[in-house]
Design a binder for this molecule. Structure first.
Ligand code: BGC
Length: 595
């Protein structure tokens, strides 16, 4: 038995071509975001139309048909706004323009129009915690005197000690090193310090300042007026800092997810256990109560617009019951479920986090979201087969312990995806995972660009390995990421990626691409996103088994085959992530059966 690749009888063929009519196919009503499958495009690495080695908006527009064919409901676009690119665009110098690297506002409008014509919604990344140091606001602040309104837009503070030589407190940057940088006065003398949770090129805004709040309402309206369907909000738990900026030393016992601020990408609190009920000690720069008022204001701005616009929080907050505060009815619609992403390939862990997620979000009437990969974490086709601890945000490279077996990783990733896409709620997928792409572990050191790599003196590889441009055409230069006569891709691609190229998988029974297409088609046809989960027992401790509507999902996370104690015929198998024998579900395999 191999994976079914043809549409079920009665299901529409989801292929959409350029011949589609150009009027919008976006449906209204129904709170689409409760069950949507949202595809993350990382613009630098998706498709390079102009041949400079970096992806761009025209490249995205030309490849949108492939996403319609895949069957996604919406796209989340990582930042493409004007930026000096010290953190791959998460350092914004102008929130209301497109960086020339990626194109123009006209290219953006054309992309949005085509996405809508294909029935695909578009949400854009908004980075409110910090700007680039190139932003006019920061340059004005540096030029203005201490105590001026311009300085009050950021977190400028006097240093401690007789000459102000000591940092205002002991906080450590998420990317490594201190969270403070000292300025130089116009006369050359040392000046005040400014706070940066991330790189020193990313100064934190002062969200206690009403002027800052007002600017962001304008920025939201700028993109809403252009027709975007919402925003993914970067570092949505960081905007407000505890009054007095008290010293904070992360706990020594790192636990499974990191050993301190520098180990915890975007602030996942150290020592988190996916099952933890307790509210871990809150660092003074994360998850302060004051952030919620900001999002209530944003919610009201979005309400001014028709068509169900949404906010999705990137907030690394535990436990889930606390994260649920971001999606109360008058705040955001969604929050990324990083507790789910952080779970290992283990049935007890998965059952626990799935239960905990659905319960926590239900208390505020929100759907759960599900996610396995993004541009900040080791791709799940590698992560799920790591045999050693991997600190969040640390990445993996040639010298990392416990490197994954590629075949095991892919097998687990396919099964994990099949579990995720059968869950009620909204699922996020990251470009390239539909091709089964692994992390690029062997990127040459000199190619690495993540600030984490530099700020930790190469101690942590960082996130470049999941950001390598994706392969479209086997055998073509840059695997068709760029034109044949274009520049090399901004991060070099491994020599053995022909096998992952879309062209190698398109229409091939059993390929990961066809598995994703089938899963998305079945998910829509069986309304799994709006369904209800009911656990099924009797399959043993290493099996995740549940029913969602008329689909039964069984996943074997163990290392030995598991009997399938259900009466079934071959027709009852809607999807299987590996070939099935008559009676058993192999290790690291998931199956969807007609209930
Ligand atoms: C983004 C990262 C980025 C950081 C700073 C994160 O949440 O996803 O890629 O480096 O914010 O903006």
């Amino acid at each position: 038995m191999t994976i079914e690749t043809s549409p079920e009888p009665g299901l529409p063929d989801t292929a959409v071509t350029d011949a589609q009519p150009t009027e919008t196919l976006i449906a209204t009503g129904g709170e689409w975001w409760r069950s949507a499958v949202i595809y993350q495009i990382y613009p630098r690495s998706f498709a390079d139309d102009d041949g400079d080695g970096i992806g761009d908006l025209v490249g995205i527009t030309k490849r949108l048909d492939a996403l319609a064919e895949l069957g996604v409901d919406a796209i989340w676009l990582s930042p493409f706004m004007t930026s000096p690119q010290h953190d791959a665009g998460y350092d914004v110098a102008d929130y209301c323009d497109v960086d020339p690297l990626f194109g123009t506002l006209a290219d953006f409008d054309a992309m949005l129009e085509k996405a809508h014509a294909l029935g695909i919604r578009l949400i854009v990344d908004l980075v409110p915690n910090h700007t680039s140091w190139d932003h006019a606001w920061f340059q004005e602040a540096l030029a203005a005197p201490e105590g001026s309104p311009e300085r009050d837009r950021y977190m400028f503070h006097d240093g401690k000690g007789p000459n102000g030589d000591e940092m205002p407190n002991n906080w450590e940057s998420v990317f490594g090193g201190p969270m403070w940088e000292r300025t130089t006065n116009p006369d050359g003398t040392p000046g005040q310090w400014y706070l940066h949770i991330f790189d020193k090129s990313q100064p934190d805004l002062n969200w206690e300042n009403p002027w800052v709040r007002e600017q962001f309402h304008g920025i939201l309206r700028f993109w809403l007026d252009r027709g975007v369907d919402g925003f993914r909000v970067d570092v949505a738990h960081g905007l407000i800092k505890e009054a007095g900026l008290p010293d904070y030393t992360p706990p020594e016992d790192a636990g499974s997810m990191g050993g301190g601020a520098a180990d915890a990408l975007v602030g996942l609190e150290p020592g988190i256990d996916a099952d933890a009920d307790a509210d871990p000690a809150t660092p003074p720069y994360w998850a302060q109560d004051g952030v919620h008022e900001i999002y209530r204001g944003w919610h009201a701005v979005l309400e001014e617009y028709d068509g169900e616009r949404v906010l999705c929080a990137e907030a690394w907050v535990e436990p889930l019951t606390k994260l649920a505060r971001w999606v109360r009815p008058d705040e955001m619609q969604q929050a990324f479920n990083f507790t789910y992403l952080s779970a290992g390939w283990s049935a007890p862990e998965l059952r626990s986090v799935i239960d905990g997620s659905i319960a926590a979000f239900a208390t505020v009437g929100a759907p759960s979201t599900w996610v396995l990969s993004n541009h900040d974490v080791v791709r799940h086709a590698s992560r799920l087969a790591l045999t050693a601890e991997n600190l969040q945000g640390a990445g993996i490279g040639p010298n990392s312990p416990g490197l994954p077996d590629t075949a095991v990783g892919l097998r687990r990733a396919r099964a994990a995806t099949a579990v995720m896409l059968a869950l009620p709620g909204s699922a996020y997928i990251y470009q390239g995972e539909e091709l089964g792409l692994p992390e690029d572990i062997y990127l040459p050191d000199e190619a690495r660009q993540d600030p984490t790599w530099f700020r930790t003196n190469h101690e942590k590889y960082g996130r470049d390995g999941c950001r390598v441009p994706i392969p479209w055409e086997a055998g073509a230069p840059t695997y068709g990421f760029g034109p044949a006569d274009g520049a090399a891709s901004w991060l070099p691609q491994p020599a053995d990626w022909d096998v992952y190229a879309r062209s190698s998988q398109q229409g091939v029974a059993g390929s990961t691409l066809e598995l994703y297409k089938l899963a998305l088609r079945l998910r829509a046809a069986h309304a799994l996103g709006t369904g209800t989960l009911e656990w099924l027992g009797g399959y043993g401790p290493e099996v995740v088994a549940f029913r969602n509507g008329d689909v039964t999902v069984i996943a074997n996370t163990g290392s030995t085959p598991v009997e399938l104690p259900v009466e079934r015929s071959a027709d009852d198998v809607l999807l299987a992530t590996e070939p099935l024998t008559e009676a058993a579900l192999p290790a690291d395999t998931a199956v969807w059966l007609r209930s």
